[in-house]
Ligand binder design. Sequence first.
Ligand SMILES: NC(=O)c1ccc[n+]([C@@H]2O[C@H](COP(=O)([O-])OP(=O)(O)OC[C@H]3O[C@@H](n4cnc5c(N)ncnc54)[C@H](OP(=O)(O)O)[C@@H]3O)[C@@H](O)[C@H]2O)c1
Length: 389
Amino acid sequence: MPQERTYDLVLFGATGFTGSLTAEYLARHAPPGLRWALAGRNPNKLATVRTRLTAIDSTLAELPLLTADATAPASLRAVAERARVVASTVGPYIHHGEPLVAACAAAGTDYLDITGEPEFVDLMYVRHHETAVRTGARLVHTCGFDSIPYDLGVWFTLKHLPADAPISVDGFVRAGGRFSDGTYHSALTAFSRTDETSRAAAARRAVEPRPEGRRVRTVSGRISRSPELGMWAVPLPTIDPQVVRRSAAARPEYGPDFRYRHFAAVRRLPTLLAGAAGIAAVTGLVKLPPARRWLFGRLSPGQGPSPERRARSWFQLRFLAESGGQQVRTEVAGGDPGYDETAKMLAESALCLALDDLPPTTGQVTPVTAMGDALLDRLQRAGITFRVR
Ligand SMILES: NC(=O)c1ccc[n+]([C@@H]2O[C@H](COP(=O)([O-])OP(=O)(O)OC[C@H]3O[C@@H](n4cnc5c(N)ncnc54)[C@H](OP(=O)(O)O)[C@@H]3O)[C@@H](O)[C@H]2O)c1
C-alpha cells in the first residue's frame, strides 16, 4: 500500500444520510493523526457537514474537502490517487459506483462501500478484480448491515466448532427499524433489474475459480416453523449468503465441506405473508415505466429516520451451527441496523484497512477475507455483541 499518499482515508458521499453519520462516527473515533478528508459533488454541502463535525471536535475546522462527482471519472481518479483508502456511500451503486471502483483498482487504492446490490458486486468482480490483484488494491463491498454481521457472525461461530469435519450453519435475522430514501432508491433499482442481476451472476460464475479440494455451498432452505427459535424461518435471498459463501471459499477455517442457509425469523405467519406479497407486488410494479416513475418520485434523497426512531431500532442475528456432532448457538446483536450501525461498520472497516496489520489480500475480497479477526475485535470494542448463547 502506497505510504506517500496525502490521505489515509477519504469518505466519498459525506453529504448523504449514511455518509453524514459515517463522518460523525469518524469525527468521534478516528485516532489522532489520521489524515482524512471528506469528498462529494457539492462543496457547499461538504462545508456544512464539516461545520457539524467541528461541534464534535473543534480541530476538524480545517478537515480537507475534495470535490468529486461520480459522473466525472477524472475527479474520482484524483481522489483515488491521493488516498490510501476510499470509503463510498454514493448509491445506488449500479448507477454511481463503477467509476470509483475502477479508479481505486487502477491506482492500487483500497476501496470500501455499503452496497447490498448483487449485480453491482458481480460486475465489479468481472471488470476490476484482475486489475486490483495486479495493483494490490483491496476492493471490499458490503461493509454495512449488508453483510458484515452475517459474514463476521459466521466467522465468529466457526471459532467454537471443530474445523476438520463438515460444517453446517443456519443464520436467522430479525430487525426493527426504518429505511432511508437512499436505501429505498437502491432497493427499487435492484427490484427493477432482476434479469440484469442474473446475467451478472452468470458472467461471474464463468470466470471465478472455485476452491480446490473443498466443498462450499449456500443452500436455499424451506419455509418452516423453527422449534429452536419458536418462530417461522423464511429463506432470504439477499446478498448476505453470497458473501458468506465467498468468505468460506477463500479461507481454510471453513473446513473441507461448508454449508450455509440464510433465513428471516418471523413471529407471525401473516406478517411473513404480507411482507412476501408486498415485495412481489413492488418487484412487478417497478418494471412498468409509469409505476416506476411514481415510486421513484415519492423519494427524497438525503432523508432518513430521525435520531429518536433510530434509537428504538435494533437487530438480532442467531446462528445454529453443527460440526462433527458438536453444536453451537451464537448471536450477533446491535442497534439501528440501517444507519447508526452501518455507519459504525463502514467507519471501523475503513479504519481497519487503513491502520491494522491484516493478512495479505488483493482484488475483490469479502470483509472477513480482508479483515477477519481485526474487524471482529474492532466491532466488539465498538459495542456490537458477538456471543455464544
Ligand atoms: N448495506 C446497508 O446496510 C446499507 C445501509 C444504508 C445505506 N445503504 C446504501 O447506501 C447508499 C446511500 O444511502 P443514503 O440513505 O445515505 O442515500 P442518500 O442520503 O441519498 O445519499 C446519497 C449520496 O450520494 C451522493 N451522490 C449522488 N449522486 C452523486 C454523484 N453523481 N456524484 C457524487 N455524489 C453523488 C449524494 O450527494 P448530494 O448530497 O450532493 O446529493 C449523497 O451524498 C444507498 O445505495 C443505500 O442503499 C446500504
